[in-house]
Ligand binder design. Sequence first.
Ligand code: NAD
Length: 279
Amino acid sequence: EEETFEEVARTLSKAKRITVFSGAGVSVSSGIPDFRSPGGIWTRFDPMVYCDYENFLDKPEMFWTMVKCLYQDIHFSLGGSREELERGELRSPRPNEAHSAVADLEALGKRVSVVTQNIDGLHSAAASKDVIELHGTDSSCTCMTCKEVVSREEVLKQIVEGGGFRRGSVTIVPRHGGGCGGVLKADVVLFGEALPTGAMMKATKAVMASTVVLVVGSSLNVAPANMLPTMVKYRPFGKLVVLNLDTSGKEQADLFLQGEATVVLPKLVQRMKELMTWN
Ligand code: NAD
């Protein structure tokens, strides 16, 4: 393991261009639960059901109930109180040491693209410059009828004012109030929905231009996103590095590290710094 760590640090130090491919695992320490780790919200709300596009068209209240519970869980896991929640003063996740370490790769003079499956905006918040959001963003919603874009804050306000965070309340489906009144959908990609225009193309370009793809915190279970990392192998000298808490991606990886992203990534960046000043 120690040897693999050293080889990963050396490989990254030598690379001019790196693509970081991230999944839900990088944001777990920020209070956002991932899909596959045991316990938590996704045992109550199967994402294959609650995050399915056809189901959203039929029953948008299912999706919005899940969102409400997710925000609630995140708020509590960040130490917020019930009173704050009901007043709509929700705690929101902040970037952690893993997001910061990814941003630090740029400070080392590397050209870095971050291809992320996450919708939480935390890579940009940590100051990574080139972030490709494959699965959209939770920072806005779009009206299903007139396609006008509404901010997340406005939607949250509707949920709060409708009493949505009070104990035992029914979920209200946010609507395009002051507009056409249509149902609002978060700008995140649901199962069965197309990825944002150009996202796969941009991500493919980034991967093919990189000598190293570093996968962090992804089970590589969700298609078509999971097809991207291995493409680096079609490139001469291209290397696929995977860092996960479990053993997902171990078979595909040229170099595999098992560990906590918030611990291993800062250590890697530190080691790269040393290697790059000595050579
Ligand atoms: P996943 O839940 O399928 O897999 C998470 C992976 O991260 C696992 O392999 C796990 O071992 C690893 N992991 C968990 N905690 C870690 C840590 N602290 N350090 C290192 N590794 C850790 O996640 P996925 O592959 O991203 O697929 C889930 C899908 O759900 C994605 O499409 C994503 O869009 C969406 N999602 C996004 C968020 C978010 O935006 N933060 C959260 C949940 C789900």
